[in-house]
Design a protein around this ligand. Structure first.
Ligand SMILES: Nc1nc2c(ncn2[C@@H]2O[C@H](COP(=O)(O)OP(=O)(O)O)[C@@H](O)[C@H]2O)c(=O)[nH]1
Ligand SMILES: [Mg+2]
Length: 397
């Protein structure tokens, strides 16, 4: 190294050469650069080491990003979704509600975890008529989960992205207490159950006012429209929005407007499992549970893992509540064993696109076989609506 740079800088440079980690190299190089006198004779050395420093900083950043994504990958709470995902959830209690027992009953997974406290999710695959459902047994929710108690934030964030929340309630304990805790925590975490998003849109505009329009007959029928309009304006104004067009397409309450303004609100389907149906008094408790919650929950299932009591058609119940249908593809007269799972109301074109874009682009016609009283075979086009269990063969040009 040139003697133009002075002994202090030389010493710093030596330390840089000796450094073994990226962080330390960066630190030493910064030190060196601050000590080098800046003039013509050192110009090149400075430039070279500046670009070295930039490269090191880039490496450091890449490592940071990589280690962050690795830690995300191995976070036990972040579960890779496979197909339709169901999450079992309950309140925290000893002995447990029976989630892991249900998981094991359905998927044969995690037998060794039954009766034990499990701090991280257990996962299994429930196979039903060649359809695979991913079942996740979540750690229990504690009071205050929504503000972070007992890994509550991590648990609730998984619930936000699943397809079906299965609330598990121990029928041998006070079911109302369990339901209250769970429903409270879910609600606080902005998770709404078994309701559609409110029929309302709020668009910010350039005009200098908030306008509210009631656009359907149902919306126009809302009682006290003037009062609701005033309240809607107030709520929107309080959210810092000064100019907006608000459209109501159905019955809306002021809480719906609050939800519509909150991007963190999610709408989820949920069912209830009553567990331990073999224990004393659980039959009565189950009847009461059903009566109390049947308005909100279309599916409430009584179970006993001990007695192996569980609905045989559970897979179909899942599809029903999620409003999915099974479509079987056919090729050269051979019907696929594994159905495609489609949304109710899907058309032939949706199936074509799901199989492969080219089936849509090159579509000629489709043959649909519908089993019923009389088996019907039909030649149809892209806009033909499909029904559960339809068999379809797509012909391309
Ligand atoms: N009697 C009875 N006990 C059950 C049933 N299901 C689970 N248990 C028991 O309840 C306890 C907790 O079960 P576990 O599946 O670990 O609950 P978790 O903590 O919710 O995962 C265990 O001792 C199970 O054997 C059931 O259907 N009937
Ligand atoms: Mg468990």
């Amino acid at each position: 190294m040139s003697s133009n740079i002075g002994p202090e800088a030389q010493a710093a440079y030596q330390k840089y050469l000796d450094a073994s980690t990226i962080d330390e190299k960066i630190k030493r190089l910064e030190e060196f650069l601050s000590l080098v006198p800046k003039h013509k004779a050192t110009e090149n050395i400075v430039a070279l080491n500046k670009s070295r420093l930039a490269k090191l900083r880039k490496q450091q950043e890449e490592r940071r990003v990589r280690s962050k994504s690795i830690s995300k990958l191995i976070s036990p709470f972040s579960i890779k979704k496979e197909g339709i995902q169901l999450i079992l959830i309950s309140d925290y209690y000893v002995p447990g509600v029976g989630k892991t027992s249900l998981l094991n009953h359905l998927t044969h997974a995690a037998k060794e975890k039954i009766g034990k406290f499990t701090a991280i999710p257990e996962i299994g695959i429930y196979e039903y008529n060649k359809i695979r459902f991913q079942i996740v047994d979540m750690p229990s929710l504690m009071e205050g989960a929504s503000i972070g108690v007992g890994n509550g934030k991590e648990i609730l964030s998984q619930l936000r992205s699943c397809d079906l929340i299965c609330i598990c309630v121990d029928l041998s304990r006070d079911y109302e207490k369990q339901m209250d805790l769970i429903l409270n925590e879910l609600s606080s975490a902005s998770i709404r159950l078994n309701v559609d998003p409110p029929p309302i849109t709020i668009d910010k505009t350039g005009s200098n006012k908030i306008q509210v329009f009631y656009l359907t007959r149902e919306a126009k029928k809302i009682a006290n429209i003037d009062e609701l309009t005033e309240n809607i304006k107030k709520v929107i104004f309080e959210n810092g929005i000064r100019n907006a067009v608000v459209k109501l397409f159905g019955k809306v309450r002021i809480n719906d407007v609050v939800d519509a303004l909150d991007p963190s609100v999610v709408y989820k389907k949920a069912i209830i499992f009553g567990t331990k149906g073999d224990l004393p008094d659980t039959e009565d408790h189950f009847d009461d549970l059903k009566e109390q919650y049947s308005n909100e929950f279309k599916i409430i299932i009584g179970t006993s893992v001990k007695k192996k009591e569980f609905p045989d058609d559970f897979g179909d119940l899942i599809l029903e509540i999620l409003e999915k249908i099974k479509i079987y593809t056919m090729h050269a007269s051979e019907i696929a064993e594994k159905p495609l799972i489609m949304n109710k109301g899907s058309l032939v074109k949706d199936v074509a696109l799901k199989i492969h874009r080219s089936f849509y682009d090159l579509f000629d016609y489709a043959i649909v076989i519908r089993k019923g009283v009389k088996q019907k075979k039909k030649r149809v086009g892209l806009d033909y609506p499909l029904k559960d269990n339809d068999i379809i063969e797509i012909h391309i040009i």
